[in-house]
Design a protein around this ligand. Structure first.
Ligand SMILES: *Cc1c(COP(=O)(O)O)cnc(C)c1O
Length: 411
């Protein structure tokens, strides 16, 4: 019999979203009437349709695929030049950051890239994650054999957890110990927190001092509304020597089902071999993508490119103002209900403290049974998330207004 990857067996059973699904299904089966008024504010998926500029560009690309003269087969594994240039220009160079077209690697999603990046990093690295954390960073390291077993709180041996709490405003402090790899996510999922320039400068300083690589997930960058908050790690001098940035069209352009994202690997970013020689990671990632990936569909890349047109930018703005309008309504309702709330200003997620002596899962059950609203228990993102829950603003306005009424009725 063949051997399997034992590391998969270390993954904690009852993973967050399956467990939510199980409880919601059980509730709906037991309460078919209440099930009809169920509103989901749980999973981080967008609800509004794809912008018109994107659809037009994709229709045109479909027609090109239908004519021999303009048909495209395999494209470059790293992404078409037209998209890499648009990204590097609009997202970076127009904002004063030095990023070359060929430092952009287009992919079918940031979730995939966050996992795949481990292909080019060594197995002996000390890995640090924030707690609470987007589970993908942790689980991909478990699968790769970079951890020991999980304890009863779900924390894996061998990982460095950086607690995020009210005291630090849900932005991890730079630790006193060194790590080789640190995952940072701002604006944050699940807490909705953002890091200030000063905080990111401290992280870059830490990384340069310790030869640490920062894996910077900026999937929610477009939601930043306050001036002065960095949108990219490359706004910080020195970041080109220590950071990889992940970005996605999922949350700004509504591409969660269409699939397109990108990763920035600066050519100045180095790591070392076991024997101590320095090598650039850009060449390794390029090799990894050419070998294990065959590019994103031409049609989808044309759709993503259209997000950078004047119409596309205006349509993104409309989507963001819809979701952030939802966030404002939810924040207000939760505050009126007497609960403490974070996030929802520079991120689509609202992070709420449960009432005294209520665990995250008790709050989940209460919201499900009494308000028929599905939220996400904070403890599912890590032990530091215990005592909190996440409400997502990804919804229709009517649903959000109804959720706000039900939260007030509960209070
Ligand atoms: C939604 C999300 C992403 C984007 O993932 P895609 O695979 O590009 O859809 C990345 N990081 C975080 C933290 C997210 O919540």
């Amino acid at each position: 019999m063949a051997f399997l990857n034992d590391n998969y067996l270390k993954l904690r059973a009852g993973y967050l979203f399956p467990e939510i699904g199980r409880r919601v299904t059980a509730f709906c089966n037991a309460n078919p009437e209440a099930a009809k008024r169920l509103i989901r504010c749980g999973i981080g998926d967008v609800t509004e349709p794809l912008p018109e500029a994107v659809r037009e560009a994709m229709h045109k690309a479909v027609d090109e695929m239908g004519a021999r003269e303009t048909f495209r087969g395999y494209g470059p594994e790293q992404g078409y030049e037209f998209l890499r240039t648009a990204i590097a220009q609009h997202d970076y160079r127009d904002h004063g950051m030095e990023v070359a077209d060929d430092e952009i690697f287009v992919s079918d999603g940031s979730k995939c890239d966050c996992g795949a990046i481990l292909d080019i990093l060594g197995a002996e690295n000390v890995i640090a994650v924030m707690d609470p954390v987007y589970p993908v960073y942790v689980d991909t390291n478990v699968m790769a054999g970079h951890t020991g077993a999980a304890d009863e709180t779900g924390a894996y041996a061998g990982l460095m957890y950086l607690p995020c709490n009210e005291a630090n405003g849900f932005v991890a402090d730079v630790p006193s110990e060194r790590a080789d790899i640190v995952y940072l996510c701002f604006p944050n999922n699940p807490t909705g927190s953002v890091a200030t320039r000063v905080q990111l400068e401290a992280w870059v300083e830490y990384a340069l001092k310790n030869d640490t690589i920062l894996l910077y997930d900026a999937a929610y960058e477009a939601y930043i509304s306050e001036p002065g908050i960095p949108h990219s790690i490359y706004e910080i001098p020195g970041a080109r020597e220590c950071a990889i940035e992940f970005r996605s069209f999922s949350k700004n352009g509504g591409f969660t089902g269409t699939r397109c994202a990108f990763t920035v690997v600066p050519k100045s970013l180095m790591a070392r071999t076991r024997s101590g020689e320095k090598h650039g990671l850009h060449a390794l990632w390029n090799r990894r993508m050419s070998t294990k990936f065959n590019g994103v569909s031409y049609i989808v890349q044309r759709g993503a490119e259209a997000l950078y047109s004047a119409e596309g930018k205006a349509q993104i703005k409309a989507l963001l103002s819809h979701y952030m309008g939802n966030a404002a309504i939810l924040r207000e309702a939760v505050t009126k209900a007497g609960l403490s709330v974070w996030g929802g200003v520079n991120a689509p997620y609202i992070w709420v403290k449960t009432p005294a002596n209520t665990t995250s899962w008790e709050m989940f059950d209460r919201m499900l049974n009494e308000a028929n609203v599905v939220i996400t228990p904070g403890s599912g993102f890590g032990s530091a998330g215990e005592g909190y829950f996440r409400i997502s603003s990804f919804n229709s306005r009517a649903n959000v207004e109804e959720v706000a009424r039900r939260i007030l009725a509960l209070a």
